[in-house]
Design a binder for this molecule. Sequence first.
Ligand code: 5GP
Length: 138
Amino acid sequence: MVAAGFFQGSGTMPVNGLGPYDDSNIFARILRGEIPAKKVHEDQYSLAFHDIAPQAPVHVLVIPKGKYVSIADFSATATPDEITGFWRAVGQVAKALGLEPDGYRVLMNMGMHSGQEVPHFHVHICGGRPLGRMIPQG
Ligand code: 5GP
């Protein structure tokens, strides 16, 4: 377990978050069913599955089905239906995971300074224990 409140990556090099979209990224492959994932939710706009290297007792990723590199790309270019469908799924997944009574954290990484590793937009939902400070100090 890493320091409270800090979600480390898996050691992969960070990406710039601005594209172009790379169809070979790992989440594109999960969407195509080429590699397995522990799915917790799927609908027209989104897919949610457990993170392969959880940083909290509950650590689930929610991704849009559309090809968006990052929050920058998604917020600028996704359709209103995609944006609404995606964010509704984020809330529904957190609720279905039982995280609402004690609370949870939603986190997105965009680009090099954030340490974004997978160039397909995703939201981390983390919970199941107190998560500490949002940003590590120093
Ligand atoms: P990022 O650092 O890009 O915000 O987060 C990428 C996340 O994807 C990391 O938390 C990492 O553990 C997770 N991840 C990387 N590869 C896989 C995989 O093949 N399957 C799953 N379920 N998660 C992955």
